[in-house]
Design a protein around this ligand. Structure first.
Ligand SMILES: Cc1cc2nc3c(=O)[nH]c(=O)nc-3n(C[C@H](O)[C@H](O)[C@H](O)COP(=O)(O)OP(=O)(O)OC[C@H]3O[C@@H](n4cnc5c(N)ncnc54)[C@H](O)[C@@H]3O)c2cc1C
Length: 296
């Protein structure tokens, strides 16, 4: 797959707002970046910091993602670009950061990049989380790679002085990446693990209901687990005034709304619609997600 030029991309994107979610399609472009930092943060996840000559930081918002052109190595020949949420921006106007799980062909090849190498990325793509400076408290429910996607929300809330409550779910304590998620942001943190059973859906549901009752939140954000998403949808049914948003991770090819490989079914006020996760999302209202669908 070849990557379009800035002009190509301009022609196939526009500036529409979909359901009030912010998007900045006019900023989408292909960037050649240098690897500035690349290291393991634990046995499965790597942190990647790139520098481009263009001012990516000022046009990239929490929830958005880039398509990464992973290098071709002897062992791995990734064909499609791989979508990765923006984990952070900076330092400097051209800095962009990712936190990724090394799982398959593309990310194994990505993991081989060395400081000083160059790579191509396309973005910023997709819409952003709704984060209002007026919010007094937010609740974040993150699992696995979801914390890479939600980390910019933590930073935005912390700099706005918004109180943060976080439920972090992981297979075991070694997988949690608490520092990578929260940095030095003040937060009331609740960690749950598969290894001791505390991440079981019924136990997390009790925890989330208690947190929303005792520490009312203006918004709930989640990413990284279909089970947690459906749990939150159920819980939010009893908290109608709380905004709920999820960043969906769906297999995708083009990342720009053309190939339709990432469509999912949503229910907007009783109207069933297939939407493209890459172009209409990846951030959607939690209440709109339709679970348990067999796609043809
Ligand atoms: C909008 C978006 C943001 C994402 N952000 C991050 C991120 O910040 N960090 C991160 O580690 N991962 C993220 N992902 C998932 C990431 O794109 C996949 O893990 C990656 O493409 C896998 O490529 P691979 O070639 O290494 O693995 P493959 O060999 O293609 O697959 C390995 C495993 O990854 C799963 N997978 C592959 N593609 C996707 C996908 N698009 N979505 C979900 N699972 C997938 C497969 O089911 C399989 O279990 C994101 C996905 C989307 C759609």
């Amino acid at each position: 797959m070849t990557v379009g030029t800035r002009e190509d991309l301009r022609q196939c994107t526009d500036m529409r707002d979909v359901q009030g979610f912010r998007r900045n399609a006019q900023a989408v472009a292909s960037h050649v970046c240098r690897v500035q930092e690349h290291r393991w943060v634990n046995a499965r996840y790597k942190y990647l910091r790139l520098e481009s000559d263009t001012g990516l930081a000022s046009v990239t918002f929490p929830g958005q993602f880039y398509q990464l052109k992973c290098p071709v190595t002897e062992a791995s020949q990734p064909f499609l670009l791989r979508p990765m949420s923006v984990y952070g921006t900076g330092p400097g106007a051209g800095g962009i950061q990712f936190l990724y799980n090394v799982t398959g062909t593309g990310t194994r090849a990505l993991a081989e990049l060395r400081v000083g190498d160059t790579m191509q990325i396309v973005g910023p793509l997709g819409n952003t989380f709704t984060i209002q400076p007026a919010f007094r408290r937010i609740l974040l429910v993150a699992r696995g790679v979801g914390l890479a996607t939600l980390a910019p929300v933590v930073r935005a809330a912390a700099s706005a002085g918004t109180n943060i409550v976080a439920v972090m779910s992981a297979r075991m304590p070694a997988d949690l990446m608490r520092d990578e998620f929260l940095g030095d942001a003040p937060a009331d943190v609740h960690c749950v693990y598969d290894s001791n059973g505390s991440s079981a859906v019924d136990r997390v549901e009790i925890l989330v209901r208690r947190l929303l009752t005792e520490q009312p939140a203006d918004a709930v954000y989640t990413c990284g687990s279909q089970r947690l998403l459906m749990l939150l949808q159920r819980v939010l049914g009893d908290f109608p005034d709380v905004l709920g948003e999820v960043a969906m991770e769906q297999h995708m090819a083009c990342g720009m709304g053309v190939c339709l490989s990432c469509v999912r079914l949503f229910d907007r006020d009783g109207s069933k619609q297939f939407l493209r996760v890459c172009r209409d999302g990846p951030v959607f209202p939690i209440r709109d997600v339709v679970g348990e669908v067999q796609y043809g």
